[in-house]
Design a binder for this molecule. Structure first.
Ligand code: PRP
Length: 213
């Protein structure tokens, strides 16, 4: 029974547009959202009792953990980095890329020995987990907020931990993938209480989406 709104938090950008295409495919629409000039932050479909809002990717798991959104669409990179208490229920199969250690070819040896190296990244938790727990290498993690490829170029760091999709950013900046950490893609996450309270509606949504993947 649709007695309350189901609220979706979408990571701004490409993931959000792809997610909306997928929702349209299963008959969930939100006309308001198609107006590109709109400065509105939240969009409602009264008839279907759904609400959508756009948020910065890293904030999506936060909204979902606290129940401000029942459902979130966000990259696996953000899920790993934010480590929030949410259920990850579905791999949506788009936004595929890899989390990698990258750098100049000359840095490859630095990863073979347990040397202290500098790692620049937007993902300090993923980088820490990889170097400390998997490679058992002590590193100095330097948090950046974007254009991480600059790190090795301006000698801020020896390597970077970042997302690689087509590889063209690396190539154009003389860098290469040195080690792959894990594959990534867009995922659906669900608030733990919503999953109990709206089980039927959420399960139906998941199976409708699965049929389209
Ligand atoms: C991401 C990522 C890489 C680039 C990888 O950056 O951090 O820089 O895309 O894509 P490619 O392998 O297809 O070149 P984004 O565009 O999100 O900007 P940012 O550098 O500000 O994080």
């Amino acid at each position: 029974m649709k007695d309350r709104y189901l609220t979706f938090a979408l990571g701004k950008g490409r993931l959000a547009s792809k997610a909306m295409e997928l929702f349209e495919d299963i008959g969930i629409t939100c006309e308001e959202m198609k107006d590109k000039d709109s400065r509105k932050l939240i969009f409602v479909n009264e008839e279907q009792k759904v609400r959508f809002f756009l948020a910065k990717g890293p904030d999506v798991p936060t909204y979902v953990e606290y129940g401000a959104a029942d459902i979130g669409i966000v990259g696996k990179d953000t899920i790993l980095e934010e480590n929030r208490r949410v259920y990850e229920v579905l791999d949506l199969g788009f936004g595929k890329c890899d989390m990698c250690v990258c750098g100049p070819e000359s840095s490859v040896d630095l990863l073979k020995h347990h040397e202290m190296i500098r790692v620049a990244t937007k993902y300090p938790n993923i980088a820490k987990d990889y170097f400390y727990n998997h490679k058992h290498q002590t590193v100095d993690i330097i948090k950046l907020n974007g254009s991480v490829e600059l790190g090795p170029i301006v000698e801020l760091s020896d390597v970077i931990v970042d997302i690689v999709e087509t590889g063209s950013t690396l190539k154009e900046n003389g860098l290469t993938v040195l080690e792959k950490i894990c594959p990534l893609s867009a995922r659906m996450i669900v608030n733990q209480v919503s999953m109990q309270m709206q089980t039927e509606r959420i399960r139906e949504l998941i199976s409708d989406i699965k049929r389209k993947l």
